[in-house]
Ligand binder design. Structure first.
Ligand SMILES: [Zn+2]
Length: 242
Protein backbone atom coordinates (compact mmCIF):
# COMPACT_ATOMS: atom_id res chain seq x y z
CA UNK A 1 0.00 0.00 0.00
CA UNK A 2 1.34 3.44 -0.94
CA UNK A 3 0.27 6.68 0.64
CA UNK A 4 0.32 9.50 -1.89
CA UNK A 5 -0.23 13.20 -1.64
CA UNK A 6 -2.65 14.65 -4.20
CA UNK A 7 -2.33 18.27 -5.42
CA UNK A 8 -4.71 19.53 -2.71
CA UNK A 9 -2.32 18.18 -0.11
CA UNK A 10 -4.76 15.59 1.24
CA UNK A 11 -3.45 12.07 1.74
CA UNK A 12 -5.02 9.20 -0.09
CA UNK A 13 -4.37 5.53 0.11
CA UNK A 14 -3.75 3.47 -3.01
CA UNK A 15 -3.85 -0.28 -2.98
CA UNK A 16 -1.41 -2.06 -5.27
CA UNK A 17 -3.36 -5.29 -5.34
CA UNK A 18 -1.34 -8.14 -6.80
CA UNK A 19 2.01 -6.35 -6.40
CA UNK A 20 1.42 -5.96 -2.69
CA UNK A 21 0.57 -9.64 -2.40
CA UNK A 22 3.88 -10.55 -4.04
CA UNK A 23 5.82 -8.18 -1.78
CA UNK A 24 4.15 -9.70 1.28
CA UNK A 25 5.08 -13.17 0.10
CA UNK A 26 8.70 -12.11 -0.44
CA UNK A 27 8.78 -10.48 3.00
CA UNK A 28 7.49 -13.68 4.55
CA UNK A 29 10.18 -15.80 2.83
CA UNK A 30 12.83 -13.26 3.80
CA UNK A 31 11.67 -13.35 7.43
CA UNK A 32 11.70 -17.16 7.53
CA UNK A 33 15.25 -17.41 6.18
CA UNK A 34 16.41 -14.54 8.42
CA UNK A 35 14.84 -16.17 11.48
CA UNK A 36 16.36 -19.54 10.61
CA UNK A 37 19.79 -17.88 10.55
CA UNK A 38 19.08 -16.07 13.83
CA UNK A 39 18.02 -19.28 15.49
CA UNK A 40 21.01 -21.21 14.13
CA UNK A 41 18.89 -23.57 12.11
CA UNK A 42 20.83 -22.24 9.11
CA UNK A 43 24.47 -21.74 9.97
CA UNK A 44 27.37 -19.91 8.27
CA UNK A 45 28.47 -21.48 5.01
CA UNK A 46 25.15 -23.21 4.36
CA UNK A 47 24.41 -23.28 0.65
CA UNK A 48 21.05 -21.76 -0.23
CA UNK A 49 19.96 -23.62 -3.34
CA UNK A 50 17.53 -21.45 -5.36
CA UNK A 51 15.67 -24.34 -6.91
CA UNK A 52 15.26 -26.10 -3.61
CA UNK A 53 14.03 -22.96 -1.82
CA UNK A 54 11.64 -22.24 -4.70
CA UNK A 55 10.16 -25.69 -4.18
CA UNK A 56 9.96 -25.36 -0.40
CA UNK A 57 8.29 -21.93 -0.53
CA UNK A 58 6.24 -22.69 -3.66
CA UNK A 59 7.37 -19.65 -5.67
CA UNK A 60 9.48 -19.32 -8.81
CA UNK A 61 13.28 -18.97 -8.73
CA UNK A 62 13.15 -15.28 -9.70
CA UNK A 63 11.38 -14.53 -6.42
CA UNK A 64 13.95 -16.52 -4.44
CA UNK A 65 16.71 -14.60 -6.23
CA UNK A 66 15.09 -11.32 -5.10
CA UNK A 67 15.01 -12.49 -1.49
CA UNK A 68 18.63 -13.69 -1.67
CA UNK A 69 19.70 -10.36 -3.22
CA UNK A 70 18.13 -8.52 -0.28
CA UNK A 71 19.88 -10.80 2.21
CA UNK A 72 23.16 -10.32 0.30
CA UNK A 73 22.75 -6.54 0.44
CA UNK A 74 22.42 -6.81 4.21
CA UNK A 75 25.53 -8.97 4.37
CA UNK A 76 23.67 -12.04 5.62
CA UNK A 77 24.16 -13.96 2.38
CA UNK A 78 27.31 -14.19 0.24
CA UNK A 79 26.89 -14.81 -3.49
CA UNK A 80 29.74 -16.63 -5.21
CA UNK A 81 29.76 -16.58 -9.06
CA UNK A 82 29.01 -20.01 -10.59
CA UNK A 83 28.58 -21.52 -7.13
CA UNK A 84 25.47 -19.80 -5.76
CA UNK A 85 24.37 -18.21 -2.52
CA UNK A 86 25.60 -19.11 0.93
CA UNK A 87 24.89 -17.89 4.43
CA UNK A 88 27.70 -15.33 4.93
CA UNK A 89 30.50 -16.52 7.06
CA UNK A 90 32.93 -13.97 8.49
CA UNK A 91 35.99 -15.98 9.45
CA UNK A 92 37.19 -16.36 13.04
CA UNK A 93 40.15 -14.18 12.07
CA UNK A 94 37.85 -11.47 10.71
CA UNK A 95 35.78 -11.59 13.89
CA UNK A 96 38.87 -11.24 16.06
CA UNK A 97 40.13 -8.30 13.99
CA UNK A 98 36.80 -6.55 14.39
CA UNK A 99 36.92 -6.94 18.17
CA UNK A 100 40.55 -5.85 18.29
CA UNK A 101 39.63 -2.62 16.47
CA UNK A 102 36.65 -2.06 18.76
CA UNK A 103 38.78 -2.52 21.89
CA UNK A 104 41.13 0.22 20.66
CA UNK A 105 38.41 2.59 19.50
CA UNK A 106 35.52 2.41 21.95
CA UNK A 107 37.21 2.97 25.33
CA UNK A 108 38.69 6.13 23.73
CA UNK A 109 35.25 7.23 22.51
CA UNK A 110 33.78 6.78 25.99
CA UNK A 111 36.70 8.72 27.45
CA UNK A 112 35.97 11.67 25.13
CA UNK A 113 32.27 11.58 25.89
CA UNK A 114 32.69 11.20 29.67
CA UNK A 115 35.20 14.06 29.79
CA UNK A 116 32.59 16.33 28.24
CA UNK A 117 30.16 15.54 31.11
CA UNK A 118 27.06 16.71 29.25
CA UNK A 119 23.79 15.80 31.01
CA UNK A 120 21.92 15.67 27.67
CA UNK A 121 24.27 12.88 26.50
CA UNK A 122 23.49 10.84 29.61
CA UNK A 123 19.76 11.35 29.11
CA UNK A 124 19.95 10.08 25.52
CA UNK A 125 21.98 7.04 26.59
CA UNK A 126 19.51 6.22 29.37
CA UNK A 127 16.60 6.51 26.92
CA UNK A 128 18.35 4.13 24.53
CA UNK A 129 19.00 1.53 27.23
CA UNK A 130 15.31 1.73 28.20
CA UNK A 131 14.40 0.78 24.60
CA UNK A 132 16.86 -2.13 24.72
CA UNK A 133 15.29 -3.35 27.95
CA UNK A 134 11.77 -3.14 26.45
CA UNK A 135 12.87 -5.19 23.41
CA UNK A 136 14.48 -7.77 25.67
CA UNK A 137 11.38 -8.04 27.86
CA UNK A 138 9.13 -8.49 24.83
CA UNK A 139 11.47 -11.21 23.51
CA UNK A 140 12.25 -9.37 20.26
CA UNK A 141 15.72 -10.82 19.67
CA UNK A 142 16.25 -9.02 16.36
CA UNK A 143 15.47 -5.68 17.99
CA UNK A 144 17.77 -6.59 20.88
CA UNK A 145 20.70 -7.27 18.53
CA UNK A 146 20.02 -4.12 16.51
CA UNK A 147 19.54 -1.86 19.56
CA UNK A 148 22.64 -3.30 21.26
CA UNK A 149 24.71 -2.28 18.23
CA UNK A 150 23.02 1.11 18.06
CA UNK A 151 24.04 1.89 21.66
CA UNK A 152 27.67 1.74 20.54
CA UNK A 153 26.92 3.79 17.42
CA UNK A 154 25.12 6.41 19.47
CA UNK A 155 28.28 6.94 21.54
CA UNK A 156 30.32 7.54 18.36
CA UNK A 157 27.63 9.88 17.02
CA UNK A 158 27.60 11.89 20.23
CA UNK A 159 31.38 12.28 20.06
CA UNK A 160 30.56 13.56 16.55
CA UNK A 161 33.74 12.89 14.62
CA UNK A 162 32.69 11.88 11.08
CA UNK A 163 35.61 9.50 10.41
CA UNK A 164 35.06 7.77 13.75
CA UNK A 165 31.30 7.51 13.13
CA UNK A 166 31.99 5.90 9.74
CA UNK A 167 34.46 3.44 11.25
CA UNK A 168 32.14 2.58 14.13
CA UNK A 169 29.23 2.06 11.73
CA UNK A 170 31.23 -0.47 9.74
CA UNK A 171 32.51 -2.28 12.85
CA UNK A 172 29.03 -2.38 14.41
CA UNK A 173 27.35 -3.85 11.33
CA UNK A 174 30.03 -6.53 10.92
CA UNK A 175 29.70 -7.34 14.63
CA UNK A 176 25.94 -7.60 14.24
CA UNK A 177 26.51 -10.22 11.53
CA UNK A 178 29.14 -12.04 13.61
CA UNK A 179 26.75 -12.15 16.58
CA UNK A 180 23.92 -13.16 14.30
CA UNK A 181 25.98 -16.05 12.95
CA UNK A 182 28.04 -17.14 15.93
CA UNK A 183 26.05 -16.21 19.03
CA UNK A 184 24.50 -19.04 20.99
CA UNK A 185 20.71 -18.78 20.84
CA UNK A 186 19.24 -17.11 23.95
CA UNK A 187 22.53 -15.49 24.93
CA UNK A 188 22.00 -11.71 24.91
CA UNK A 189 24.11 -9.77 22.38
CA UNK A 190 25.07 -7.08 24.90
CA UNK A 191 24.23 -7.62 28.56
CA UNK A 192 21.90 -4.68 29.27
CA UNK A 193 23.30 -3.99 32.73
CA UNK A 194 26.78 -3.39 31.29
CA UNK A 195 25.46 -0.54 29.15
CA UNK A 196 23.84 0.89 32.29
CA UNK A 197 27.11 0.46 34.26
CA UNK A 198 28.95 2.51 31.61
CA UNK A 199 26.40 5.34 31.84
CA UNK A 200 26.45 5.31 35.64
CA UNK A 201 30.25 5.58 35.76
CA UNK A 202 29.99 8.55 33.38
CA UNK A 203 27.36 10.11 35.67
CA UNK A 204 29.75 9.84 38.62
CA UNK A 205 32.44 11.53 36.52
CA UNK A 206 34.61 8.41 36.68
CA UNK A 207 36.19 8.61 33.26
CA UNK A 208 38.75 5.81 33.77
CA UNK A 209 36.08 3.49 35.15
CA UNK A 210 33.65 4.19 32.26
CA UNK A 211 36.41 3.45 29.77
CA UNK A 212 37.44 0.25 31.61
CA UNK A 213 33.84 -1.00 31.78
CA UNK A 214 33.52 -0.52 28.00
CA UNK A 215 36.70 -2.53 27.45
CA UNK A 216 35.43 -5.31 29.72
CA UNK A 217 32.07 -5.21 27.94
CA UNK A 218 33.70 -5.80 24.52
CA UNK A 219 35.75 -8.68 25.96
CA UNK A 220 32.54 -10.09 27.36
CA UNK A 221 30.71 -9.97 24.00
CA UNK A 222 33.62 -11.68 22.23
CA UNK A 223 33.81 -14.34 24.96
CA UNK A 224 30.12 -15.25 24.51
CA UNK A 225 30.61 -16.01 20.81
CA UNK A 226 31.06 -19.57 19.65
CA UNK A 227 33.65 -19.23 16.89
CA UNK A 228 34.16 -22.96 16.55
CA UNK A 229 31.19 -23.74 14.26
CA UNK A 230 31.96 -26.12 11.39
CA UNK A 231 31.88 -24.85 7.80
CA UNK A 232 28.68 -26.64 6.94
CA UNK A 233 27.64 -27.29 3.37
CA UNK A 234 24.63 -29.55 3.03
CA UNK A 235 21.53 -29.28 5.16
CA UNK A 236 18.03 -30.54 4.61
CA UNK A 237 16.11 -27.41 3.53
CA UNK A 238 12.89 -29.47 3.45
CA UNK A 239 13.32 -30.36 7.11
CA UNK A 240 13.97 -26.73 8.11
CA UNK A 241 11.21 -25.01 6.14
CA UNK A 242 8.87 -27.79 5.09
ZN1 LIG B 1 27.07 -3.29 24.09
Amino acid sequence: MFIEKDPSGARKVRSTGQILGTADKLDAIYERIFTAVMEHRLIPGTRLVEEKLAGVFKVNRTRIREVLARLAYEGIVATIPHRGAFVASPSVEEARHVFQARRILEPALIRSLAARGDKKDLKRLHAHVARERAARESGDKRAVIRLSGEFHLLIAEMVASPPLIKLMRELASITCLIILLYDSPNVPACPNHEHTDIIMAMERGEIDAASAIMLGHLDHIEATLDLSLPENTDVDLDAIFG
